[in-house]
Write a protein that binds this ligand. Structure first.
Ligand code: GLA
Length: 734
């Protein structure tokens, strides 16, 4: 039993293997947050509660003359609004009478084994017997608005997922103006916020700051989870490092507008809330209607950021990603985008494919430009019909299959160019506000995916292409942010629902796709990593990590991405030099090592590759296949920090049983007469001995002791050129 209710003392303990989450119910009917942290016994933690009379922090009427209980200072599981808690709220309402208050009081609970899905939305799933669920019902006695707090406890994984279901049992409609998925009142003290910001071509860069008094906000209102801020945050104790210290993760399983708000209050207590971005959200909840928030994946460890990342990696691999390729090695692909852009012919594609097959590449992916009138990015989106003047799709797929490779295709379903047949026929299908000329981005508009009939119409077009020949991979792109959101299908008082309904439309499309084409490997993409989130990973087990294919920059991008997401989700390609984004010339070794630390692909015109590079490609593919299981399923360790030490970077993958380990080291900038580079390995068995393959300047294989490598370290040789790499493969020996 991972969930325990202590009736007399009125608290719930949610135990995972190494953590405990405690929820209390107080004498006035409020649900309090007692504790979340290292595992404890079944003892009440209500000594941590802040029960003092504080000036200007009033008291609810149930407290009578007790001035020590205030909603403004108590640690709460979920907040109401407008009734005397002046910190950030997790919900916001507009009632029929115009009042903006919700007083959410305890009204019952339910515990059951297993986990229910969320209708129409992605969520973590139970593989069988992994999870127990607690539902706590909160209700406003006045309006009968209910918030059902749902906690799913994955005991072995040390993870808890949380969400809220709003139910309107009142007489009239209520508007939800904020409906966040989670509220966590942290233990008093200082906390660092670690978040992952970025831009197109440099996603998910870690930034760590001490939470000041006041509110910090990480969010997106772009209609996607965004390049700019990833929906994953970590709260860490100030002393926490990779290998040690308390840290909490919060990851939203959602692909649209979101916000994480963190507030340190007057008492130095920190609250964090996370969920759908309230700025672009307003939902009319009719009598007896229900609204489900997306889910948040929460994890805690006292063992530092490395362990926290590994918990998320495992959880995403086992409980978020689905389908045929969940655990299967992904085919090594070649994508023609950077090789040809829009400028290709059928013959050119065949030539690249022919070269790819000779090199051992397993899949050919045809990117943008195969449909409609799509010779540049000004036209064609929306017309998902093969442009036979350029390419004969069925014939190409067949040729590629005959070469022994799979065939894959690029799509961008949510988008439309005004210069397209679809738009000419249905100009009202694009998101636009009547009377306003909408903003364009990359010359395109966004289709109103809040309308299921539009989603289905686009789906039918694309599905018919996918059924027309043997297509075994789809790259799903999204190349602009939303603006001018207005939908002809909704009345004025429901226009605030579009952004969320749009995301539901995206999920509807995705669910149809994975159900109808279960053999297809779906790769997510949004101008690279603009929609790299656990929501999309529920449908697409890998995502094109960034449009920046420069290996040196990718070291940083993949480093930041690794805090929340496993290598098995990271699409990563070797591209041409000079690199198309930076002009930099990197060695083939560097490009290969970085790309094979994710799901390996190539993205260049293989017909122009030098002979020596072709030999390298063959070797890289061999190496990749040899270590694929370690990279996909091993425990990932960030051995160095390339933000603090930009001259080099090392990371490793260690098998669960600690018998095998792959260390990747890249030398980014050589220094004349450079200092020694000592890297301490991690995750090995200290008692075991390991033989190492791949050492430079060593005659024969040497044996090293696990403890020696971890506590002492390993000195990498002095390098003579930028972009040199070392790959060490450690195997335990008896
Ligand atoms: C986006 C993707 C690229 C490529 C282009 C095609 O930018 O991230 O990989 O598919 O679109 O237009």
């Amino acid at each position: 039993m991972s969930i325990i209710y202590k009736q007399e003392e009125k608290y719930f303990n949610l135990h995972t293997q190494n953590t405990t989450y405690q929820i209390g119910i107080n004498q006035y009917g409020y649900v309090l947050h007692n504790y979340y942290g290292r595992r404890i016994a079944d003892v009440s933690m209500n000594q941590l509660l802040n029960l003092y009379d504080r000036g200007f922090s009033g008291n609810p009427s149930q407290a009578g003359r007790d001035r020590t209980f205030s909603l403004d200072t108590a640690a709460l599981e979920y907040t109401g609004c407008g009734i005397g808690d002046y910190r950030i709220s997790s919900c916001g309402v507009l009632n029929e009478d115009g009042s903006m208050a919700a007083d959410l009081q305890y009204a019952g609970y339910n515990i059951y084994r297993g986990k229910q899905g969320i209708p129409g939305m992605p969520a973590a799933y139970d593989n069988g017997g992994e999870c127990e669920t607690l539902e706590i019902v909160l209700e406003d006695p006045c309006t009968k608005l209910r918030a059902v707090l749902i906690y799913n406890v994955f005991e072995k994984a040390d993870m808890i997922t949380r969400r809220v279901r709003f139910e309107n049992h009142g007489d009239g409609a209520v508007r939800l103006e904020r409906a966040l998925s989670v509220c966590l009142d942290m233990q008093p003290g200082s906390w660092d916020l670690i978040h992952f910001h970025g831009r197109h071509c440099m996603e998910r860069q870690p930034e760590r700051l001490r939470q000041p008094h006041g509110i910090t906000r990480i969010s997106s209102k772009r209609g996607s989870s965004s390049h700019q801020h990833n929906p994953f945050v970590i709260m860490a104790a100030p002393e926490t490092v990779e290998t040690n210290g308390d840290c909490y993760g919060m990851m939203l399983v959602y692909s649209g507008d979101y916000a994480a708000e963190i507030e340190m209050d007057q008492m130095n207590s920190t609250r964090i809330v996370m969920g759908i971005n309230p700025d672009t959200f307003s939902w009319k909840l009719e009598k007896e209607a229900v609204f489900d928030t997306p889910e948040v994946i929460m994890g805690f460890t006292h063992e530092g950021l490395g362990t926290l990342s590994q918990m998320y990696h495992r959880f995403i691999r086992n409980n978020i990603c689905r389908g045929k390729y969940k655990n299967a090695r992904r085919p090594v692909l070649v994508n023609n985008w950077e090789g040809t852009y829009f400028d290709f012919t059928h013959e050119k594609l065949e030539a690249i494919a022919g070269e790819a097959a000779k090199l051992g590449i397993e899949m050919f992916v045809l990117d943008d430009g195969w449909f409609g009138k799509r010779d540049d990015d000004c036209s064609g989106l929306g017309d998902w019909k093969v442009n036979e003047n350029k390419v004969h799709l069925a014939r190409l797929a067949q040729t590629v299959n005959e070469m022994g490779m799979k065939f894959g295709l690029w799509i961008e379903p949510e988008m439309v160019n005004e210069d397209s047949d679809l738009y000419r026929e249905h100009p009202g299908w694009a998101l636009k506000i009547p009377g306003r000329d909408p903003a364009r981005a990359r010359y395109q508009l966004v289709l109103d995916f809040s309308r299921v009939e539009i989603v289905d119409a686009v789906y039918e077009q694309i599905a018919s292409v996918l059924s027309s020949c043997n297509i075994e991979y789809v790259k799903w792109d999204m190349n602009r942010s939303l603006a001018d959101t207005w939908s002809a299908a909704l009345p004025a008082d429901r226009q605030g629902e579009i952004r969320h309904r749009f995301v539901l439309g995206v999920y509807h499309f995705a669910e149809r796709l994975v159900n109808d084409f279960p053999h297809v490997l779906l790769e997510g993409c949004s101008g690279g990593g603009g929609r790299f989130d656990a929501g999309m990973l529920y449908y697409a087990p890998q995502i094109w990590c960034s449009d920046d294919t420069d290996a040196e920059e990718r070291v940083l991008i993949q480093y930041g991405t690794s805090f929340g997401y496993p290598a098995s989700t990271v699409g990563s390609h070797v591209s041409a030099v000079p690199n198309h984004q930076t002009g930099r010339i990197s060695t083939m070794d560097l490009r290969g090592m970085v790309a094979m630390s994710g799901m390996l692909g190539y993205e260049l015109d293989l017909t122009t590759l030098k002979k020596s590079d072709k030999t390298k490609v063959r070797q890289q593919i061999k190496t990749y296949k040899k270590y694929a299981d370690l990279v996909m399923n091993g425990n990932y360790y960030r051995l160095t920090d390339p933000v603090k030490e930009p001259d080099y970077c090392a990371w490793s993958f260690v098998s669960e049983n600690r018998k095998k380990c792959l260390v990747n080291f890249v030398n980014l900038h050589t220094r004349a007469n450079g200092p020694l580079i000592n890297v301490r390995f991690r995750g090995l068995n200290p008692e075991a001995n390991y033989k190492i393959q791949g050492e430079k300047n060593q005659g024969g294989q040497k044996i090293y002791n696990g403890a020696a490598l971890m506590y002492g370290g390993y000195i990498f040789p002095v390098f003579t050129g930028d972009g040199e790499t070392v790959q060490l493969y450690l195997q335990e020996v008896r």
